[in-house]
Unconditional design. Structure first.
Lengths: 100, 771, 576
């Protein structure tokens, strides 16, 4: 039996990779992909605990997460396209409109 | 004592209605009916109102009281202030004391109203003037008719307002308006004492009705007012009377609150005669005599009153000697004469105080009205250095003025002689006990000496005034002399009547010692006997009243009384002769010589001892400075600056700091998010009660028990979870490991174990199943 | 059920709606409609006074309809002696103010009239509400139109003043809301699950000492800001100075009174133990305010600011009366509220009239006005003398009752009552000083400024606006009986109830949980005795009877610090 800590280590590693990607990369596309990585890390934890407890709740939630991630990717990519069209670039640091 | 219900409220009501009429319609009448007819209506209404009051009072007094023993007329008009057990009624009483006062007020008031018709004949604000004058009469009548202290206070403040309005009657002159304001504020300082005294009395007696207070005082030394002591060991009676006396010093212009009265001469002269000589300023004396039973219980206060009276009498008289304004001399004379009355009151010579009050009303009103006639004649010039020789132009005025001078100087047989001598006699003989440990004789001798010197000064400055004004040659300009305003009958008539009263007024208090020559009762003494009955029964330490031997003829001290009279007469004549020698033909070189020789003393007297300047420096300015300081420092700087601006400023500052973080850079936001999450994790990790799910809760019985539903416990069941990275424990969940509790042993990775719970019964087809 | 009060609450709102639908340009029409509604409102409020049952200290004209039943929130309104006359004062002043603004407010006239009418509903609602949530709703409702009146129709720095006013008031309100919710929860606990916000029911609660203290100060914070008590008074001069005349009149006439009314109605009856102890601090602040306000008023150069600071001084008297917890104090405070509303209202009207003519409020710009404006001067003088507390005018009656109450009853031990009253009496002197100073600078002396020579005396409209107020100032001073006899039974009942609840709170002071009064009432047969035993007899005569004692003489058994148990009290219900 694989101890749950192994799952947690894996999830942690994935999450950190995703996080670093979000934080360090400036290309919006890469950032989006990194977000997906983080979501999947969360999914792994959910599924692992679900399995541990013999309870399906976690797995159901993971399904939801995947669905939401797909939607998010769709919307996110659409936004990226529109940003690219309007600003001819996908550098995230150029987008500081939130400030105002 | 008999009491009868009587419609006394008509007495103050009529002047009040007159006032309302003239104040509302005076201007309108003069504008619509023409100047002349308007004035006629205005003064007829005003005089009629006072005449009615005078008639009504006289009628009430003579039909029900004179010759009927002690009868009081009571009028319970309506309950005024009622709350809980406080019940202040609008109740009036006409007894022997208020009867005397009412007669003086309405009688002298009537004459002064008549005089005013001439004096104010060309004033555009005719209606306003008579309105105020009537209003004053109404307030003064309420003051003396009030059956309780609060109602007296209504009149007390009412006359203060009227005085304020009349002093500042010609308000376009800022100095006159300021004089009015000063009078009002000084009176307010006195009223402060009045209110507190009232409260102290109420607190012990439980009522402010004069009768109730008298009943409470009747038991003398065993009265609750004496046995209850308060701050500094003073009895309530002492403290209350001292506070009331503070009120009296304000109203009656005694030290230390006297400086407003000379300034009050800014008002029209008939006003000075009525308010600032005959009636209002004597309210303090009236109050003390009205409450004689209470004051008699407080020997300390009595001593203070006597000494303040004596010192004021002399102090004001010395200022009066050097003044050059005809009204200022009379004003200081009034202050000085009021001092005499307080001297009497402080000695327990209540009747003598009222006697002098009455005679003073006669001769001082006459003097003021005479000065008014002079001022009118001299085209509103008041400086006696530029007068002189007016006897020739205004013989009636000069004659009445001279008679009044004789009266005030205490020359036999004019009214002042009798009243002043009665006061000095009491001062000499009676006892004021226990003031500051000074024995009877000490206080008496001191006050007597003050009184004698003051009487000498009085005689001197009055005749100085007379000779400088009426004697010698005219020293003013030609124009004034030739266009001199003639005497009018409407102004001379009151003068003659008042001079007559000043001549015969002494008969009210015919001394017992003269009974050998002419047998006449001391009318006033017999009349006021019921008023002072309570206090005259106090014995021992409180025996301040009239000694019994003076009540009956043929007493042992007859020689003493005659000696006192002789001394009084002698100093009166001495002052007269001295003044005559210096000023008969106008200011002489000799007089200047004296002034030069006296040097600083003369200057000090001329400058009124700089009392106004001292008050200004010590009180008026500091109040303004403190006010500014409070406004600038406390309000603007501390409360608004540090407080309000501080709070809003620091919120603003925080906002600016936080605004810098929100620069729109998403990645920076994410770093902050990560940082926050790390902090959160750290908190959870460092706080075992959360990481163990150890949340306590009270159950129904109040016991503290673990809450089964809170924390991560539910997720983990009995599992132990530990997460570590490079040997550093990151997460440790589940119940504490007892074996490891002692020390940090090597961390064992947890295992996924089957939970103790059975699998959910309803989910046999769980996709994961069991590994 | 009596729907008179409901009608009073609804009518101004209807008026405001009607005014809002009028064509924008018709300013005069809007004023006319507003006045008509105001007068109608006043007329239908008169039966409150005439139909008021004498000798009844309880609530009258009550209406109680469930509103949000889940939480026991009711539409419960009623009036008693404390609120009756202030309600009438409100309905009187509102039409006068709208009429007074006939010419001065041209810009957005309809909106102004609507705001005034909404404000009237807010004030009346706060005065008649007997449900705490209802009260709080109206309390906040009041704020909005006043904020707009200052912020839209005010002078140069109106926005800053409006914001200051709003935020100051909100701070207090927030604390009060927390206390209100705690009260309902406490009632739920004490009664085993009954939700209510009804004042009449919450009044039966006896809270533990610490809860009382917290709630008392939360309520007082809100009311003290409204009063305003020193040192949270600084919004008032700004608000008054910047507000348009009708705003100032309503602010001084009614709004400030809601602070003292709130203390009488809520803070003191609900938390008697804390109030009994807090009264000393309130009295001290009141005294400081009396002197401070007077001194600061004396140095003002702006006439309106001077009157505003005089309000701080006068309102101190009212708080002193409340803090004395005596029949005379309560009656006097209520009466003084009316007096201050009338006199200060009239003074603000006067200064508004000057401002309308000269567009300045600086005292130095005027002088000698008595010559050109005699009637105006007369009215101003009566208002001023009433404000200075001249006997036979309205100000004296209240002031006298307050000092009598404070002096003789004196639930005050921190500084002895006579000392406090003495200092307060100094405030009376200072009152005369600054008011006469103002009067002389405005009215007397020669006309130094040529602009003042052509000033017109009161127009007919202005005279009629003034006249009711001036007449009331005189009538209420000369013949206060009809007013006092309607206030006094309520004061007596309130004081008796306060002592009873205070005694019950003492008996309950060891407990940690609230309870209801009926569990304690039989142990409080002689409340004065219990209070006397706990705190020492504080009546002046007994304190004074001990010869030659220093001023801060405390009875031998000093009162226990708040919340600490006293031997012989209730057994503790919960262990610490």
């Amino acid at each position: 039996m694989i101890p749950i800590t192994h799952f947690l280590y894996l999830a942690f590693g994935l999450f950190v990779i995703g996080l670093l990607g979000v934080l360090l990369r400036r290309n919006v596309l890469i950032v989006l992909m990194s977000v997906e990585l983080m979501l999947n890390a969360a999914n792994i934890v959910l599924v692992a605990f679900s399995r541990m407890h013999a309870n399906l709740d976690g797995q159901v939630l993971a399904m939801f997460t995947i669905a939401v991630a797909a939607a998010e990717a769709a919307v996110g990519l659409a936004i990226v396209v529109s940003i690219f069209r309007s600003r001819t670039g996908t550098d995230i640091d150029d987008l500081s409109l939130l400030r105002d | 004592m008999n009491e009868t219900e009587f419609n006394l409220h008509f007495i103050p009501l009529f002047p009040l209605l007159g006032a309302v009429f003239n104040l509302l319609f005076g201007r309108l009448l003069m504008r619509s009916l023409g100047d002349r007819l308007g004035r006629e209506i205005i003064h007829l209404v005003a005089i009629g109102a006072v005449a009615f009051s005078c008639f009504f009072t006289t009628q009430a007094l003579f039909s029900t009281m004179v010759g009927h023993g002690y009868v009081r007329l009571i009028d319970t008009v309506y309950p005024w202030i009622m709350s809980g057990d406080v019940s202040i009624g609008f109740d009036l009483v006409l007894d022997h004391l208020s009867g005397v006062m009412c007669l003086v007020i309405t009688g002298v008031g009537l004459l002064i109203h008549i005089f005013s018709v001439g004096y104010m004949a060309h004033d555009p604000d005719y209606g306003r003037y008579f309105g105020y004058l009537n209003l004053f009469c109404a307030a003064m009548l309420i003051l003396v008719l009030g059956k309780n202290l609060v109602l007296t206070f209504v009149g007390w403040e009412g006359v203060g307002v009227c005085s304020y309005l009349l002093i500042g009657f010609w308000f376009t002159d800022d100095a006159k308006a300021t004089a009015g304001r000063k009078a009002f504020i000084m009176n307010r300082i006195g009223d402060f004492g009045f209110i507190l005294g009232m409260l102290l009395i109420y607190n012990v007696v439980g009522s402010l009705d004069f009768d109730a207070i008298e009943r409470a005082c009747a038991s003398g030394e065993s009265s609750l007012l004496v046995t209850t002591t308060t701050y500094g060991g003073f009895t309530i009676a002492t403290l209350a009377t001292l506070l009331l006396f503070l009120g009296c010093t304000g109203k009656s212009a005694q030290i230390p609150l006297f400086t407003w009265l000379p300034d009050a001469m800014a008002g029209p002269t008939p006003v000075s005669a009525l308010i600032h000589a005959a009636t209002m300023v004597t309210a303090g004396v009236y109050l003390i005599v009205r409450m004689n039973f209470l004051f008699a219980l407080a020997p300390v206060t009595m001593g203070v009153i006597a000494i303040v009276g004596g010192v004021t009498a002399l102090f004001a008289a010395t200022i009066g000697i050097t003044q050059n304004d005809i009204k200022k001399v009379l004003a200081y004379s009034t202050v000085s004469q009021l001092g005499f009355m307080f001297m009497a009151a402080g000695m327990g010579a209540w009747v003598a105080a009222i006697f002098h009050l009455v005679t003073h009303a006669f001769f001082k009103a006459c003097l003021f009205l005479g000065s008014g006639a002079v001022i009118e004649a001299c085209h509103h010039n008041q400086d006696i250095r530029t007068m002189g020789g007016l006897k020739e132009k205004m013989p009636v005025t000069a004659g009445t003025f001279f008679v009044s001078c004789l009266a005030i100087a205490g020359i036999f047989p004019f009214a002042g002689f009798f009243s002043k001598d009665e006061i000095l006699l009491h001062v000499q003989v009676n006892s004021a006990n226990g003031l500051f440990g000074v024995g009877d004789a000490g206080v008496n001798t001191l006050v007597y000496a003050l009184g004698i010197v003051a009487a000498l000064c009085t005689s001197f400055y009055m005749f100085r005034l007379y000779y400088l004004t009426f004697g010698g040659k005219f020293r003013g300009d030609h124009h004034t002399w030739h266009h001199h305003v003639r005497e009018q009958w409407i102004m001379s008539l009151p003068l003659v009547i008042l001079a007559g009263l000043a001549t015969v007024g002494g008969l009210l208090g015919w001394p017992h010692v003269f009974h050998g020559a002419i047998h006449m009762p001391h009318v006033l003494e017999e009349w006021l006997e019921p008023i002072v009955a309570t206090s005259s029964h106090f014995a021992g330490n409180l025996d301040v009243g009239v000694r019994p031997e003076f009540l009956h003829e043929g007493h042992v001290a007859a020689g003493k009384e005659l000696t006192g009279m002789a001394i009084g007469l002698a100093i009166g004549i001495a002052g007269w002769v001295f003044a005559r020698s210096l000023y008969l033909g106008g200011p002489s070189a000799q007089a200047e010589g004296y002034a030069k020789r006296l040097g600083p003393a003369y200057k000090a007297s001329l400058a009124k001892y700089w009392v106004d300047e001292i008050y200004d420096f010590l009180i008026v300015r500091p109040v303004r400075v403190i006010g500014s300081l409070l406004y600038q420092v406390a309000d603007m700087l501390l409360v608004d600056g540090v407080g309000v601006q501080g709070v809003s400023g620091s919120v603003g500052l925080l906002g600016r700091v936080v605004k810098g973080l929100h620069n729109g850079n998403v990645r920076r936001y994410l770093v902050a998010l990560l940082f926050g999450f790390a902090v959160l994790l750290g908190v959870i990790y460092l706080n075992p009660s959360i990481s163990r799910g150890d949340i306590m809760q009270k159950d129904a019985s109040g016991e503290r028990v673990l809450d089964p539903d809170i924390g991560l416990r539910r997720t983990l069941g009995e599992q132990k979870v530990k997460v570590e990275l490079f040997g550093i424990p990151l997460l440790r969940l589940g119940p504490e490991d007892d074996a490891n509790a002692g020390g940090p042993g090597p961390m064992r990775p947890g295992e996924i174990a089957r939970p103790n719970l059975p699998p959910p019964a309803g989910s046999p087809d769980a996709p994961g199943g069991q590994p | 059920m009596n729907h008179l009060l409901t009608a009073l609450l609804v009518l101004p709102i209807v008026g405001a709606l009607v005014v809002a639908t009028l064509p924008k340009a018709e300013t005069k029409l809007a004023h006319g409609v507003g006045i008509a509604f105001g007068v109608l409102e006043f007329l239908i409020s008169i039966p409150l006074a005439t139909g008021f049952e004498l000798g009844n200290g309880g609530m009258q004209f009550e209406t109680n309809i469930p509103w949000i039943s889940e939480f026991g929130i009711n539409y419960h309104v009623g009036i008693d002696g404390f609120s009756l006359w202030i309600v009438l004062l409100t309905t009187l002043l509102t039409p006068l103010c709208i009429w007074g603004a006939w010419n001065s407010i041209e810009k957005r006239g309809a909106e102004f009239v609507a705001a005034m009418l909404v404000l009237e509903t807010g004030m009346l609602g706060a005065l008649v509400a007997l449900d705490l949530i209802l009260f709080f709703t109206f309390w906040e409702l009041m704020l909005v139109p006043m904020y707009l009146i200052i912020g839209v129709w005010g002078s140069e720095q109106r926005v800053a003043a409006a914001i200051k006013f709003f935020i100051y008031t909100m701070v207090g309100s927030a604390l009060m809301l927390a206390a209100i919710i705690y009260l309902a929860v406490a009632h739920w606990q004490a009664t085993g699950g009954v939700w209510t916000f009804d004042l009449m029911l919450l009044d039966d609660l006896v809270l533990p000492p610490q809860a009382q203290a917290l709630c008392f100060w939360a309520f007082v914070a809100s009311f003290a800001i409204k009063v305003p008590l020193f040192p949270v008074h600084t919004w008032l001069p700004d608000a008054h100075t910047q507000a348009p005349t009708p705003g100032s009149v309503i602010l001084a006439g009614v709004l400030l009174k809601l602070g003292t009314y709130g203390m009488l109605r809520f803070a003191f009856p609900l938390f008697p133990l804390a109030a009994g102890e807090g009264a000393q601090i309130l009295a001290l602040l009141a005294i400081i305010g009396i002197i401070y306000g007077a001194l600061v008023a004396y140095v003002q150069t702006d006439a309106k600011r001077l009157v505003a600071y005089s309000s701080v001084s006068h309102m101190g008297f009212i708080v002193l009366g409340i803090a004395s917890v005596s029949t005379q104090g309560f009656t006097g405070a209520t009466y003084q509220s009316l007096a201050h509303g009338l006199t200060t209202g009239a003074l603000f009207m006067s200064i508004g009239i000057l401002y309308e003519r000269r567009h300045t409020r600086l005292i130095s710009e005027f002088g000698g006005l008595a010559k050109v404006m005699p009637w105006f001067t007369a009215f101003f003088m009566i208002a001023m003398l009433g404000s200075a507390g001249l006997p036979s005018l309205v100000g004296f009656v209240g002031e006298f009752l307050i000092v009598v109450g404070a002096f003789t009853e004196g639930g005050l031990t921190l500084v002895q009552a006579p000392v406090l009253v003495t200092i307060a009496a100094v405030g009376v002197i200072l009152g005369a000083v600054y008011l006469l100073f103002l009067f002389q600078r405005l009215m007397f002396g020669p006309i130094t400024n040529p602009k003042n020579e052509g000033l017109k005396d009161l127009s007919l409209r202005e005279t009629f606006v003034f006249l009711p107020v001036i007449l009331l100032i005189i009538v209420m001073g000369v013949y206060p009986k009809p007013f006092l006899e309607r206030i006094d039974p309520t004061s007596q009942a309130a004081v008796a109830r306060f002592q009873l609840k205070r005694c019950a709170s003492i008996k309950h002071s060891l407990a940690e949980v609230p309870t209801t009064l009926d569990t304690l009432v039989e142990r409080c047969a002689e409340p004065e005795k219990v209070i006397g035993e706990t705190y020492g007899d504080q009546r002046l005569s007994t304190v004074m009877a001990t010869p030659a004692e220093p001023a801060q003489a405390e009875p031998p058994d000093a009162p226990p610090p708040e919340g600490q148990p006293k031997p012989g009290d209730d057994a503790p219900k919960g262990a610490h």
